[in-house]
Design a protein around this ligand. Sequence first.
Ligand SMILES: Nc1ncnc2c1ncn2[C@@H]1O[C@H](COP(=O)(O)OP(=O)(O)OP(=O)(O)O)[C@@H](O)[C@H]1O
Ligand SMILES: [Mg+2]
Length: 282
Amino acid sequence: MTTNKKCQIISIANQKGGVAKTTTTAYLGAALARLNKHVLVIDSDPQANLTYALELDEDSQSFALENNLATMYESGQSAESSLIKVLDNLYLIAGSPDLIMTEVSLDTNPESVSLEPEAMLKNALQPISNRFDYILIDCPPSQGMLTLNNLVASDWIIIPTMASVISLTGLERMSEQIYEIAHGDPPLNSNLKILGVLLAKFRRDRRVELEIEAKLRSCADDFFVFKTVIPDRSQFELMGELKAQTGRKLIELSMVSYSLLPYLTLAMEVEKVLRAKTKPNK
Ligand SMILES: Nc1ncnc2c1ncn2[C@@H]1O[C@H](COP(=O)(O)OP(=O)(O)OP(=O)(O)O)[C@@H](O)[C@H]1O
Ligand SMILES: [Mg+2]
């Protein structure tokens, strides 16, 4: 399919908890920004872990209390008024515990909230999307209306997963949900596709994980598995030491240190895969 659109909107999604969705959103976002891309990350989880992970300064924290994804849904305004600059090239729309109430209103009485309750995020992002090369959306570990809004707004999904049998079951359920959104009657977003499955917290020293990796890669017709894997522990401990020594934020350290994180390798692979998938038809 031909697309000349500049901004790629990618949901980082898996209804299974603790598979590194938030970590991937933060560090892939930082890595793409390090590659001089203009990046917006959105925290759509009431746990607001992404917002905490980005270690906002006090002014931004106060701003985020009044201007976040929950207030955006409530007011129906464009995303413009909620943008927070985190670092050069990296912006955030903050999460908030109030997203629990947003989800309840959207689930119980969607028409009272909006005429297009599943497309509220899509509509709010439209006026600003041309300012960014990438918008990455950190999804909560559930399949409610917040996740549905994220998937309706997105072109692509990256599915982080761990190499365990139970995670494979989660992948099947994700695939079903994506199929429903892309091919339902009517389709809510016929554009939506899986960009790739990302093996995260991966342990090469465990045979069962290697076997599951091989099994996943053999399903290449169903979904692409990124060549880059994120090792368990990765260099996070080293980053923690550097943070203590330098007093700088983790996300800043990931921007200045090329060798520190496999997420930089992932960022380059994401760019390559996207170039291949969005190449205009001759
Ligand atoms: N490569 C890694 N190695 C070790 N631990 C990791 C790695 N990546 C993330 N973690 C840790 O795993 C835990 C879960 O990560 P994260 O919060 O990113 O997952 P999540 O999928 O967003 O979780 P949730 O479903 O609750 O939103 C966190 O404590 C995080 O620090
Ligand atoms: Mg999370």
